[in-house]
Design a binder for this molecule. Structure first.
Ligand code: ATP
Ligand code: MG
Length: 427
């Protein structure tokens, strides 16, 4: 026998039992974002490597060590997208949708990062992202966060996630802070973890969210980001908080929250949960007013967030929050005996599908004896089984069996949709 080829490490198949949960989540998100007027945008999975180098930032973890980069046959450097914002900006700007316009966009799809696979962390994972362009004021920051809170509420997750909020200010404020932070930390360099020591030169802000205890202890007496924020930044941040409060969205201010991507400024936020171990962030985002220009477009403010679908599915499963109706199920199973009944049953099945929206009708295919077919009906979990033999066809009827009670009665084929509908409503 030939050796079986396995999937690539960290890249998962979403099997039938899981895909219905994914669809439930995706459909819920689609409904919520639509109610805020966000439109879907789709862009390729592969882009020029430079897009992410320039967009995400050369010294970020993503670009330094997580990208899937390869040369195509022409020697051009391409990268499997590690995130969606840079691609979204590239696509929208290329189509002339950004400058001097307002856009509310969302996307969904696979992202690729070469990370160590573990629960909630994969090499191919999926995000749903939401981005708003052309609006610089804090009410947009609030809109996006309120939108996400509405989504958690709809999914039953609101009480299981916490909103952490921070502002990292304007580029000039960050530069001044970075200088003060580096000056302070250099003195304690040998007490910092290895990553943080490296970041002291490459990306000092990221040291703030180091998970290392000794590093965090050193940070306790470090200069505070907050003290470097100017009037405009503070006013923006206060306005955001006021709108969130007016809309009953609770938040925690975390002055050490910085994001792993270079394009953020002013508002940053994360929704975190206690239920997923160290893969705690289910949704993260912030404002990126400089990104469009950085990627060669005309200056356009932007803000967005991305949520990790795998982590949200894990969370819904862990908390047993998947509604029965979201699980794949069969409503009606059709059993037929004899050649004529088989043909009639195909027509019957089509009639039910036409007339009863949302009802799942499964026909047993390939004939076989009654006992075997009924076994299949039982295993299908169907609520009703329709039984059709030669005798029934001749009389223009079919047997309808309630699989829970075992009750069986005959029903006119001409009236079958009505009959099935009534019985499905009853149980
Ligand atoms: P983390 O700190 O967990 O590595 P991140 O800051 O790299 O997250 P973002 O780039 O902000 O994550 O992506 C947004 C969301 O996408 C994360 O909050 C998470 O839910 C999800 N995500 C990111 N990387 C992965 C991954 N490798 N596997 C699964 N989900 C991921
Ligand atoms: Mg990461």
């Amino acid at each position: 026998m030939a050796r079986k080829i396995q999937a690539i490490r960290g890249m998962n198949d979403i099997l039938p039992g899981q895909s219905s949960i994914w669809q439930y989540l995706e459909n819920t998100v689609a409904d919520v974002v639509k109610s805020y007027g966000y439109q879907q945008i789709r862009f390729p999975i592969v882009e020029n490597t430079d897009l992410f180098k320039r967009g995400v930032g050369e010294t970020t973890d993503i670009v330094e060590k997580e990208m899937y980069t390869f040369e195509d046959r022409n020697g051009e450097s391409l990268t499997l997208r590690p995130e969606g914002t840079a691609s979204c900006v590239r696509a929208a700007d290329q189509a002339g949708l950004l400058f001097n316009q307002v856009q509310r966009l969302w996307y969904t799809g696979p992202m690729f990062r070469y990370e160590r696979p573990q629960k909630g962390r994969y090499r191919q994972f999926h995000q749903i992202g939401v981005e708003a362009f052309g609006m610089a004021s804090a009410d947009v920051d609030a809109e996006l966060i309120i939108l996400s809170a509405r989504l958690w509420k709809k999914l039953g997750l609101l009480e299981h996630v916490e909103l952490q909020l921070n502002t990292i200010g304007l580029a000039s404020e960050r530069e001044a802070y970075k200088a003060a932070l580096v000056e302070y930390l250099t003195e304690f360099k040998d007490q910092l973890d290895e990553d943080s020591q490296r970041r002291l030169e490459s990306n000092p802000l990221r040291i703030l969210d180091s998970k290392d205890k000794a590093t965090q202890a050193v940070l306790n007496d470090a200069p505070s980001l907050e003290d470097f924020m100017g009037e405009e930044t503070s006013a923006h941040f206060n306005r955001l908080q006021a709108i969130l409060t007016a809309n009953d969205v609770p938040f925690v201010i975390n002055h050490r929250l910085v994001r792993g991507l270079d394009y953020y400024g002013k508002t940053v936020f994360e929704w975190v949960t206690e239920h997923l171990g160290s893969q705690a962030t289910v949704c993260a985002g912030g404002r990126y007013d400089g990104l469009v220009e950085q990627l060669g477009g005309k200056a356009t403010p932007g803000i967005g967030f991305a949520m990790g679908i795998e982590r949200l599915v894990l969370l819904l499963e862990t908390l047993e929050l998947i509604p029965e109706a979201a699980k794949a199920s069969t409503d009606v199973f059709i059993v037929s005996l004899g050649e004529e009944a088989e043909i009639t049953s195909t027509v019957l099945a089509e009639t039910l599908r036409s007339q009863l929206a949302g009802v799942t009708v499964l026909r047993h295919c390939g004939g076989g004896n009654f006992k075997n077919q009924m076994k299949k009906a039982n295993n299908s979990g169907a609520r009703l089984t329709l039984i059709l033999g030669q005798e029934e066809v001749e009389q223009g009827i079919c047997q309808v069996k309630d699989m829970q009670t075992g009750d069986q009665e005959s029903c006119k084929i001409a009236d079958i949709a009505n009959c099935v509908n009534t019985k499905l409503q009853l149980n």
